[in-house]
Design a protein around this ligand. Structure first.
Ligand code: PGA
Length: 249
C-alpha cells in the first residue's frame, strides 16, 4: 500500500438492510471503540432509506456515510431519483457511482457516470467511481484496455478528490478474486493512467479493490502496491466481518 495515502474501507450494502440492520452499526461502533484506532477512513453506503438514520448514529463512532448512486441533476422532475445534494443533506460524504450493477441493470454509460461524479463533486461529496472488466474481456486479454477506457470516460477532470474502485465484474459476489499479480498489474495501470491524465492529483487518488473481499483475503489484497483500500459488498453486512477487514489495514 502507498504509505502517504490514507486508505479507505467502504461497505456497500446494496439493496440490503432495514432499520433492524442499524444494530450492525452499533456493533461495529462497539468493536471500533474497543480496538485500536482504525488506520483507514471507514465508510458505509447503506440504502438511501437508511442514510439519515445511519449517518446520525455512525458519525459519533467515526464512521462516515455514503450513498450508492445519485442523479446528474441537483433537483427536478425525476421521479424516484435522488440528487447528490439530497445525499449530502442526509449526512453523506461519499457516493458510489458507476457500480457494475448499475452499468448492467440500468444501462449506465461512462458519459452518464462522469456527469454523476461531477454532480457529486458540486454537492461537496467525494465520488467513488467504479470500473472493472467482465470475465470475457479478461479472457480476451482486454482487461486493462477496458478499465482505462472506462476511466477516461467516467472520471471528470479538475476534481479535488475522487476515489476509484476497481471491481472485476466476475469477482463481485462470486467468492472469486483475481491473482495478486493481476490486481497489482491493474492497480499500477490505473495509477499510471491517473497520473498521466490528472497530474500530481492523480498520484493521491485512492484506488480501492472490490469483488469478494472478505476477512480471509483482505490482508493479502490490502498489502498489494497501489491498493489503497477496499469496496466491500457482502462482507460489510455483518459488523464482525467488516471490522476484521478494517483491522487488516
Ligand atoms: P462483494 O461486492 O464484496 O459482495 O463481491 C462488492 C461490490 O459490488 O462492491
Amino acid at each position: 500500500m502507498t504509505t502517504e495515502i490514507t486508505p479507505l474501507i467502504a461497505g456497500n450494502w446494496k439493496m440490503n438492510g432495514t432499520s433492524a440492520s442499524l444494530a450492525e452499526i452499533a456493533r461495529l461502533a462497539e468493536l471500533m471503540a474497543q480496538g485500536e484506532a482504525p488506520r483507514c477512513t471507514v465508510v458505509i453506503c447503506p440504502p438511501a432509506t437508511l442514510l439519515a438514520q445511519l449517518a446520525g448514529q455512525a458519525s459519533a463512532a467515526g464512521i462516515v456515510s455514503g450513498g450508492q448512486d445519485c442523479h446528474t441533476a441537483a433537483n427536478g422532475a425525476h421521479t424516484g431519483d435522488i440528487s447528490a445534494a439530497m445525499l449530502a443533506d442526509a449526512g453523506a460524504q461519499y457516493v458510489i457511482v458507476g457500480h457494475s450493477e448499475r452499468r448492467t441493470n440500468h444501462g449506465e454509460t461512462d458519459a452518464l457516470i462522469q456527469q454523476k461524479a461531477s454532480a457529486a463533486l458540486s454537492a461537496g461529496l467525494v465520488p467513488i467511481i467504479c470500473v472493472g472488466e467482465t470475465e470475457a474481456e479478461r479472457d480476451a486479454g482486454r482487461a486493462i484496455d477496458v478499465v482505462t477506457t472506462q476511466l477516461s470516460g467516467s472520471v471528470p477532470s479538475g476534481f479535488a478528490s475522487v476515489v476509484i474502485a476497481y471491481e472485476p465484474v466476475w469477482a463481485i459476489g462470486t467468492g472469486r478474486t483475481p491473482l495478486a499479480s493481476d490486481i497489482a498489474e491493474m492497480h499500477n495501470a490505473i495509477r499510471s493512467h491517473l497520473v498521466a491524465r490528472h497530474g500530481v492529483v492523480g498520484s493521491g487518488v485512492r484506488i480501492l479493490y472490490g469483488g469478494s473481499m472478505k476477512p480471509s483475503n483482505a490482508r493479502d489484497i490490502l498489502r498489494i502496491e497501489n491498493v489503497n483500500g477496499g469496496l466491500v459488498g457482502g462482507a460489510s453486512l455483518l459488523a464482525n466481518d467488516f471490522y476484521t477487514i478494517i483491522s487488516a489495514v
